[in-house]
Write a protein of this length. Sequence first.
Length: 259
Amino acid sequence: VIWTVLVTILGSASSLPVGDDSLCRAEELAKYKIIFTGKWSQTAFPKQYPLYRPPAQWSSLLGVTHSSDYNMWKKNEYASNGVRDFAEKGEAWVLMKEIEEAGEKIQSVHGIFSAPAISSGTGQTSTELEVHPRHPLVSFVVRIVPSPDWFVGIDSLNLCEGDHWMDEVSVDLFPYDAGTDSGFTFSSPNFATIPQDTVTEITCSSPSHPANSFYYPKLKILPPIAQVTMMKLKKSQLGLSAPFINLPAKSNEIIDTVS
């Protein structure tokens, strides 16, 4: 009910924002199915892989469709209080409030969408989202569980190309550090980063410390820890979405090898 009310409120605030999004000349609205696939397997990421209390898993997905006047999060910039709470604890209320306020003040937000959590490191979750010519950008976050303040997501992906909407787009996802907690490992205790650091991408060599759970010095690049696919729904599919099915992790596991 909360999601529905927020989407209704934000969707009604769709007046012209300032930004490059005005170049989008596509049809008035488009709907997409977004599929998030966790690829966090023990095969791909064997170091300190969480097996118990809690085992490797993903939080719910929280996203927004918006114009260029808004950023949910941005690499090399400071995370908002809402992103901090979500990345550290999976709590979405402050982030939702920030999105709502952005929609009301600068009318940069079209709608919020969410997808259920995944109870293992591998598996899928999905939902639908709506984009508008004045709000063609998509951003979202998913917390890596367990972790100090690590997440995956997308910042301002434009689904519009000139006069049409993209039919399908897939993006490999890599871990990010929100810059608010100083833990090195998945199970590190809470230790606030003071002063707060900026959002940074975690790589196989950064942070350059043997205790880092993603430290694989023999690799050139980490394998993707997740992937997201967005598929444009045809008009005949609108309003006919199938119920969400969380497939067993075993049948969904993506086998990645670490050389």
